[in-house]
Ligand binder design. Structure first.
Ligand SMILES: NC(=[NH2+])NCCC[C@H](N)C(=O)O
Length: 559
């Protein structure tokens, strides 16, 4: 906010040739305190004003006045502005404490829908690392858009359709044992699927058998349908255990199969609009030179992944006219989503521009993709359990008297995995390392949660209660922390608008560091301004807790 005020003042002094937005883009936030809280470099003005930057800086500085400015200095072409700390501190604390849960909220999304296609695992297959990323990133973004006023609609678009289910049905009817499937459905079904592929190399006729089964499924053959339903329900149940652990829920679990009878009308529309072309017996829509045509119907008459996504996009727009529709899916599907978008655009759906592929990289282990195929299965549930176990060990070591250590360990272990994902630029591949995720020092989830818990324990020690808050007259040592808390609303807005939860995650690391620095430097309890200091600590817990909530993490008060 001070940045805008500063820009407005400078722009006002310079006149209309230098608009506020332009001035604001030049303003820097100095790293060193001695250069002020904001700095304006005058070098870009030298040419048009035909004066040296130092002279210009002097002239502007002489006229720069506002209640939030405490002092203004000129240093070699820069104007360094120092804000009125007491004024801003009080204002910030009042804002945070006025309505704690609402601090950092915005209204710009009000009355608008944001639809999320997220998680979307495939039934009868293990929940992969990619699906974990989609779940975690999608959930954080959904929280962020809601923070900005949007209505989030979280859709779990499960992969419950397609030729692979023909193969699975073929494999099951040949080799499956209902009891074994019942016991550990995903594991057994995956095995059957792998067996199918191995056997098919010896016996190519199997492939045909798989196709036949898929045709039966499409024709709603009772036996096929019964088995498919069973596999589906059993898989969803296993996924639910994971979602519960992660603390994620959905507004809608609606998979590809839901669109079985909604594709024909879409294909008809494409036909009517003259977009459908025959290509080697298949129906395709030609796209611009940058991509291959989109396959709508294969030569054997079956529909595709793309056809279902087209039907789903149209259906979503009809049910939830959206301002944005985000597909939180790995990088490897970029071409697919570009194709879908372009087909819809060609068909005249202007809203296709509001669809966005929120892509992300892979999770690597020792530089290689963590795979769920063949022998190398890494089961996500085991990963999370391992994280929780290790968190429990860490916690017991640090705080042997903690009540309810299991619940806290769950919050910390799961939080560690979530944060490790969210702190990085989502488009990059990330290296998986439980050790790195779980340390209490460094850029981790546990570090943030621990910092928050320490602050809570200070409040308990000081017998603080929010009703006794004192927002004026705080400790000057708190300035960096105050500025950090002040930045929160800007961070939520920008993380939301750029679909980038890492902005919020990295901000929380900075916030945590600011708090720990303040804590190290100040005598909080027992100082003459104890109540003011504790008010600040309390405000910090409010912002940290809300930040963690947005990322999908818990903020335990004891650790
Ligand atoms: N609308 C979509 N295509 N969403 C992504 C689905 C992801 C797919 N089930 C997979 O695991 O690869």
């Amino acid at each position: 906010m001070e940045k805008q005020i500063t820009a407005l003042q400078i722009s006002h002094i310079l006149g209309e040739d230098y608009p506020r937005g332009w001035v604001e883009s030049l303003i820097e936030i100095p790293k060193k305190e001695k250069f002020g809280d904001a700095a304006f470099p005058c070098f870009a003005l030298a040419k048009s004003m035909r004066k040296s930057p130092a002279v210009i800086a002097g002239e502007i500085a002489a006229r720069l006045k506002h209640p939030v400015f405490d002092s203004v200095e000129v240093q070699s072409g820069y104007i360094n502005i120092f804000f009125d700390r007491a004024f801003i501190t009080e204002h910030t604390l009042n804002q945070v404490l006025e309505d704690p849960g609402a601090y950092g909220s915005h209204t710009f999304g009000e009355g608008k829908n944001a639809v999320f296609d997220m998680s979307s695992p495939n039934i009868a297959k293990p929940f992969s690392m990619g699906h974990l990323r989609s779940t975690v990133i999608g959930n954080a973004l959904a929280n962020l858009v809601e923070k900005c006023g949007y209505q989030a609609v979280k859709v779990n678009y499960i992969g419950d359709y397609g030729t692979q289910f023909g193969k699975l049905l073929a494999a099951y009817t040949r080799w499956g044992d209902p009891k074994v499937v019942e016991e550990d459905p995903i594991k057994e079904l995956t095995k059957l699927y792998v067996t199918f592929h191995e056997e098919a190399e010896e016996e190519p006729a199997l492939i045909e058998e798989g196709r036949e089964w898929f045709k039966k499924l499409e024709a709603q053959d009772p036996e096929a349908l019964l088995l498919w339903n069973w596999f589906r329900e059993a898989s969803l149940q296993e996924f639910d255990t994971l979602y519960e652990m992660l603390g994620v829920d959905f507004d809608l679990t609606r998979g590809e199969a839901y669109y079985t009878d909604k594709m024909e009308p879409v294909i008809q529309q494409l036909e009517d609009k003259g977009l459908l072309e025959k290509s080697e017996g298949a129906d395709v829509v030609q796209l611009d030179e940058s991509m291959p045509p989109c396959l709508i119907r294969k030569s054997n008459g079956t529909t595709t992944y793309a056809t279902r996504d087209l039907a789903a996009a149209i259906d979503r727009y009809q049910s939830y006219p959206f301002e944005k529709s985000l597909y939180v899916v790995g990088n490897e599907q970029t071409l697919h989503f570009n194709q879908i978008k372009q087909v819809l655009k060609k068909a005249g759906f202007e809203w296709a521009d509001r669809m966005e592929h929120v892509s992300f990289g892979m999770i690597l282990q020792d530089g290689q993709k963590m795979s769920t195929r063949k022998g190398k299965t890494v089961l996500l549930e085991e990963v999370l359990e391992e994280a929780v176990d290790q968190a429990l060990m860490n916690i017991k070591e640090k705080n042997p008297d903690l009540m309810n250590p299991e619940e806290t360990a769950r919050q910390v272990g799961v939080g560690a995995v979530i944060f490790h994902d969210l702190k990085q630029d989502r488009r990059h591949d990330i290296e998986f390392s439980l050790e790195d995720m779980l340390t209490f020092e460094g850029n981790t989830g546990p570090y943030l949660q621990y910092t928050h818990a320490r602050a809570c324990s200070l409040l308990r020690k000081g017998g603080f209660s929010p009703e006794d808050s004192k927002t004026a007259g705080g400790d000057p040592e708190s300035w960096s922390l105050v500025k950090m808390m002040r930045a929160f609303p800007e961070v939520t807005a920008s993380a939301c608008s750029t679909n980038d939860p890492s902005k919020a995650a990295r901000y929380l690391l900075d916030l945590g560091r600011s708090f720990n620095q303040y804590y190290a430097k100040s005598k909080i309890i027992g100082s003459p301004t104890q109540q003011e200091n504790l008010t600040l600590v309390y405000a910090f817990t409010v912002v940290m807790k809300e930040g963690l909530r947005l990322l999908g993490m818990a903020a335990p008060e004891h650790m």
